[in-house]
Design a protein around this ligand. Sequence first.
Ligand code: NAD
Length: 478
Amino acid sequence: MYEKLALFINGEWTNGSGRGGEDVINPATEASLGRLPHATVKDLDRALESAAKGYEIWRKTPAYDRARIIKKAADIVRANAESIATTLTTEQGKVLAEARIEVNVSADILEWYAEEGRRAYGRIIPGRMPNQRQMVVKEPIGVSAAFTPWNFPALTPVRKIGGALAAGCALIIKASEETPGTCVAVVRAFQEAGLPPGVLNLVFGVPAEVSEHIIASPIVRKFSFTGSIPVGKHLARIAADHMKRATMELGGHGPVIVFDDVDAEKVAAVAAVGKFRNAGQVCISPTRFFVHDKVYDRFVEKFASIAKGMKVGNGLDKDTQMGPMANARRVEAMEKLVGDAVQRGAKVAAGGQRLGNQGYFYAPTILADVPDDARVMNDEPFGPVAPCVRFKEFGEVVHQANKLPFGLAAYAFTNSTERATAVADALESGMVGVNHFGVSLPETPFGGVKESGYGHEGGIEGLDAYLVSKFVSQLPTA
Ligand code: NAD
């Protein structure tokens, strides 16, 4: 059932020219799913050359025809949603229902980009002289690269593939070595849809070696990275050395402000869905809960009772509500964060420990009365741990929410329109959800401020990320 793993270079599947590789592990069972070949420098150079050739074909392909191929790939992804979702759950861990949604939303994203690529409009600026035409033309930036993580193995690659290809760029993508099968399936959909060879290339390898080689190549004009802040800063330095444009989708530490005018139990139920989706391994996950003193006890009690009742298990099992963490590193990180918080005085209201001896399972965890200096209040947990804190004043809670160097997603719950507007204005964040957690759609911009990165994916901004503006000033005669 699992994908046959390979690199995709110049329209062909290959095991690469070296013998390097790694095993892909099922996080629910710790069993090996298959061997992933790594690209050698020679393979990467082939991918670069093939992307350069692919770009020459693709940039000259009319946007209308590009849209048809991308749309066809979306249809193939949707038609294969069940098998792609099964691969996704097997290699990443999230429950099958979530994997199905991810795959179908990925098809939506491709469709949206297919359509939007036909609207890469320029503009005409009135000339200074009679009959002068001043035109701004949007052109593809050129060969681009993408580096994607393991938490959304379909959706994150598709955001970058969709934007690049709709704009007329060729792309080399290095998807996560820990969850490669899903991206293999997505790339195959493009092959089946008739994408010309070289327009989309897929490689795997040692992340630092691959990214450094690709970003430094004069063939590549832009790259997009989704992952951790330290790696993002490292890649931004390399980008500066080579004057490469970059989109950086990095981590966050999403504050959730629950005001005293809400039904605390209802909000706790919504919070549990948002918090434990993908076992909390979501860059826009709600991660710091600031709850008004008047509703705090009711909120924490309900949140904890839902967490305690959740069925944790293999994501392929029908009744599982939360799967394993994607890798052993995350379980260790949860143990350290929870241990530190408890040592500093936090109370464990639910969970707080690893589950079982096999697979990377960690219990849905609610921490109450977490002190400000606990690491979990300062470092992104990226896991199923929800620290809760009391607040009394609007100004105080906004200060708390904004005080970290991140700004990806922030949330607030209130029934007052006045407060909703005030808090949305006050939060330093790329995305703000008021009374819900759904801030990621194909047609809306997704991106952070402060150390959470720069640039956007999704929305018209996501297409613009792969375009350059050319100004043409034209007089009628020489
Ligand atoms: P990590 O920092 O080692 O890696 C993060 C991602 O970057 C991985 O996909 C990895 O393969 C890739 N990567 C690492 N070095 C790279 C390089 N030099 N060039 C290109 N890609 C490189 O951490 P990790 O243990 O995989 O994940 C832990 C942390 O990463 C989490 O705590 C979270 O903050 C962050 N993360 C964020 C996102 C996101 O959606 N923004 C996704 C995954 C992980």
